[in-house]
Design a protein around this ligand. Structure first.
Ligand SMILES: Nc1ncnc2c1ncn2[C@@H]1O[C@H](COP(=O)(O)OP(=O)(O)OP(=O)(O)O)[C@@H](O)[C@H]1O
Length: 663
């Protein structure tokens, strides 16, 4: 099937042809046959890099009105926005600031790219454009089972469909075990395929020997870079099948071999620290010289160094100058952009990354090496989900550039069989709803009441009727949980039951605090905590900006900040010395450790507004520079919510607007 034969205007056809899309890939042709250009609902569960974005574009460009592209991961939204914005004669809007409330400014766009949180927030705030949508594309729909964002995604999609029953829904998924269930939920035709534009073979390397799933074996030279004694070993004393090389040495050999054959590599490890240390280890291997990219690598290093003067920035710049990079969620977005674009331009031989890189960022490589297949989960090392490892492996092979992609799991002789069973032959997990999680239910039940969608428990169940959960288990399965949730919300002061009409009849209405909480897009627990804190702060003689920060940081909407053992005693002293400025007494909290972490975040933010630099804070508190950015961003949002809640309850806490304006 040719692009020229599709029902697209010639301007779009020309655009696609100029970008190398002339003939449709088989899953794309299947989507056209399923009616994606005629308003039909389609679920495409197809491998990485098999052209899902083009399926989305077909739906949105042929829809009979404005379209919405829901992008669960913020990091991907910009890439998708750019894919749409480059199309001729199209107004495209983007909204990814996860939490700002309005959204009315998005009206008038032909296509809106937004996170599910942003659309949820727009719905709660009554944004008019939501009702005018003709088409919604849900990217990464397999993230339905992610904590918190999964329920938001399914409730948002259900609400869009309830408000607008004719809306076309197109959902794009990684290969999962139950795509038929997702298709049934969305009344969609399922496109399922294992087709990939570049062949992928997956294997397990033990020592220098890789056994692939196609029956072939490859020997990788272990001399040269794969020397013993690098600083990146994972220290698990693993047996590698007879030689004295550890997983990191084997990884280094696989990277060196890829580069020697003219390719690039992605190496996945389990933690941020491991990503940095592997990159530093590989930086000694002369990869930039081998690739002949010294000048470009040096320029990429300079670009990274120009972002900031943090330790992380220096480390990244040094690695980049040697043709290697690291990539993890603690990086600032400026650093991530340098790394991703340098890799696409072939100015970097290898990115050492945590699994977050696998979730959609378009950085294909000749070879993917998965060094670590287990991750520490707080109590033990656990195997990564098969889906996650498949997402990493799927990054191997650049269409038109590589003859084939290779994904290699680094193992040991005694783990080889398990790795094959789990990740080479193993099927990915099924996607399951997490809507019944009590914290998610509290958020979405409050929203249903505050928006006026529901006034009784049974109307709340109607709102949930269109969710994936209801499709799988029946909304009735939530009846008891919804009743309990309403009780919780009554106790938290978010809603109340009002008697109505006949004996025993009541309707549930949001209190002013509940309404503000929902519109400000904070969790009910946050709203409750902030209101308590504001009441305390209003009568405190010594409320300062630290007070304002503590009351917003001690909420589930602020990320935790890790508190190391050595810091604990010092943070305890700080909390005691500043107890007059904190809204929680040291003996009042049920979760002292969690509160002390919040005090740490509050202290960092307070020093930030006092003029401490990102370099100083990163050094003093051992947080990633990107972590500081995201906390500052969250603090802005939470302080604005706190201000709105203060107005709602009629108290004045001047340190809240003061902290906000200085932030
Ligand atoms: N029919 C086609 N012919 C040639 N190239 C194509 C075609 N369709 C898509 N591509 C190219 O293939 C690449 C991968 O496509 P895309 O990013 O849409 O993959 P994807 O399925 O969304 O992968 P991911 O799992 O990363 O989301 C892009 O560079 C795109 O331009």
């Amino acid at each position: 099937m040719r692009v020229r034969n599709l029902p697209l205007s010639s301007a779009y056809t020309e655009h696609f042809v100029e970008n190398g899309i002339r003939e449709l890939y088989p899953p794309q042709a299947a989507a056209v046959d399923a009616g994606v250009c005629e308003g039909s609902n389609v679920v495409a569960a197809i491998p990485t890099a098999s052209g899902k974005t083009f399926i989305a574009q077909l739906a949105l460009l042929t829809a009979d009105g404005p379209g919405l592209y829901v992008c669960p991961l913020r990091a991907l939204a910009r890439e998708k926005y750019e894919a749409f914005a480059s199309l001729p004669d199209l107004e495209v809007g983007i909204s990814t600031g996860d939490f700002d409330a309005s959204g009315e400014a998005l009206a008038g766009n032909d296509i809106i790219v937004a996170t599910s949180e942003k659309i949820d927030s727009a719905i709660r705030n009554g944004a008019s454009w939501v009702d005018e949508l003709a088409c919604v594309v849900v990217d990464e729909v397999h993230l339905l089972d992610a904590d918190r964002r999964g329920p938001t995604l399914e409730v948002t999609v259900a609400t869009l469909r309830r408000q607008n029953p004719d809306i076309q829904v197109v959902a794009l998924s990684a290969t999962v075990d139950n795509p038929d269930a997702i298709a049934a939920w969305l009344d969609a035709t399922l496109i399922q395929s294992t087709w990939r534009p570049v062949d992928l073979r997956t294997g397990v390397a033990v020592g220098g020997s890789i056994d692939f799933d196609d029956g072939t074996t490859r020997e990788i030279p272990l001399d040269g870079p794969a020397r013993k004694g690098g600083n990146g070993g994972d220290g698990d004393g693993s047996d590698d099948g007879g030689s004295d090389l550890d997983d990191t040495d084997v990884t280094a050999a696989l990277v060196a071999n890829t580069v020697a054959e003219g390719g690039q590599c992605l190496a996945f490890v389990r933690s941020r620290a491991e990503a940095v240390s592997l990159a530093q280890r590989l930086a000694a291997d002369g990869l930039a010289e081998q690739m002949g990219i010294e000048a470009a690598a040096a320029a990429a290093g300079d670009e990274a160094a120009a972002v900031d003067g943090t330790v992380t920035g220096h480390q990244l710049a040094d690695c980049l100058r040697s043709g290697v990079a690291f990539h993890h969620a603690g990086l600032r977005s400026g650093h991530r952009t340098v790394v991703e674009s340098a890799f696409r331009d072939r100015d970097v031989a290898c990115i050492c990354a945590t699994p977050t890189l696998a979730a959609g960022v378009n950085v294909p490589a000749r070879r993917v090496v998965v060094r670590d297949q287990k991750r520490y989960t707080g109590s033990a090392m656990e195997w990564l989900p098969t889906l996650e490892v498949h997402q990493m492996c799927g990054r191997a092979g650049r269409p038109g550039l590589d003859p084939h992609g290779e994904a290699v799991l680094v193992g040991e002789s005694d783990s080889r069989d398990e790795l094959v069973e789990r990740y080479v032959d193993g099927e990915p997990e099924a996607v399951e709803s997490t809507l019944s999680d009590p914290a998610s239910l509290r958020t979405h039940v409050l929203s249903a009441i505050a928006t006026g969608f529901a006034e009784t428990e049974s109307e709340i169940l109607d709102v949930f009727e269109g969710t994936f959960y209801a499709r799988e288990a029946g909304a009735g399965g939530l009846a008891d949980a919804v009743g309990d949730t309403v009780d919780d919300l009554v106790a938290a002061g978010m809603v109340r039951r009002e008697t109505a009409g006949g004996v025993g009849d009541y309707r549930i209405v949001a209190t002013p605090v509940g309404e503000t909480t929902s519109r400000q897009y904070v969790r009910p627990e946050t709203g409750e905590r902030v209101v308590d804190g504001l009441r305390t702060a209003a009568v405190m003689p010594n409320a300062t900006t630290l007070t304002a920060f503590e009351l917003i940081c001690d909420t589930p909407d602020m990320q935790d900040t890790y508190l190391g053992n050595e810091e604990r005693a010092e943070m305890y002293r700080f909390a005691r010395a500043n107890s007059g400025a904190l809204t929680t007494g040291m003996r009042e909290t049920d979760d002292f450790e969690g509160w002390l972490e919040s005090v740490k975040t509050a202290r960092i933010l307070d020093e930030w507004i006092e003029g401490a630099t990102v370099e100083e804070l990163v050094e003093a508190y051992r947080i990633g520079p990107g972590d500081l950015d995201s906390r500052v961003e969250r603090a802005e949002w939470l302080l604005s919510a706190a201000q709105a809640l203060a107005d709602t309850i009629g108290v004045s806490v001047p340190s809240v607007p003061r902290a906000r304006s200085r932030l």
